[in-house]
Design a protein around this ligand. Sequence first.
Ligand SMILES: O=C[C@H](O)[C@H](O)[C@H](O)COP(=O)(O)O
Length: 264
Amino acid sequence: MRVSVRSMILKPRRLVSSFSRIFSTHSKIEMSNLEEAKKLAAYAAIDNHVQSGNVVGIGSGSTVVYAVERLAQRVQTEKLKISCVPTSFQARQLIIKHNLKLSDLDITPSLNVCIDGADEVDSNLNLIKGGGGCLLQEKIVASCAKQLIIIADFTKNSCKLGDQYKKGIPIEVVPTAYVPIKRKLESRFTGEIDLRMAINKAGPVVTDNGNFILDWKNFDQTLNWENVNQQLISIPGVLCTGLFVNMAKKAYYGMADGLVKVQE
Ligand SMILES: O=C[C@H](O)[C@H](O)[C@H](O)COP(=O)(O)O
């Protein structure tokens, strides 16, 4: 288990100057604090961890949008040669939209780095992921990368999992097994287990892989997440959990004051 946490604050010079240019010429454009924070983190991580020749895993979610935007800028301006492996339908669409080279794990099974968001990060760099339903492919792609680098706004930086993120730990399950899995989880752990329901569609959320998601809410925050993850994935029908334990190398947080904090 990771015992030391080192934080540092980066002042991304290139970013500060490009932001001040944006705001001086478009002073009426207001980017929300959170969106600005996501962008800062994403740009800094791409600048620090991607170089020409790399195979890059592209995570999912709203923060990754900025990472792909920055990658596309660097491909244009620096003529970077990179291949991108998506972790979801959304990531694949982003790669295509920005004319980046699309790859997959058949073609490039070994990645230099995977850049991804998170719903919450604790002081040991354990993560909750899957708030957007993309956990399984994210975990597979991250496991093939030398480094998993997390990008997030400042609200994701917690001491313990569950401090701030209240939507629960996602668990991707085979649809036919969701009732027995829910019952097993309720008998073994405290908290509630909810089948994630879709919005604008009757019935449950169906993942990119055709599965259901159970969200485990109000869990005991003092649990050993490595053990819990092992227990969960040993239940037949559980395909993946949104607990990413001992996987992330660093987390970049865009802060409200325009700086970037790095946790490692
Ligand atoms: O299922 C979604 C993924 O795990 C995302 O990476 C995670 O939910 C964070 O997304 P966002 O960057 O939108 O906060």
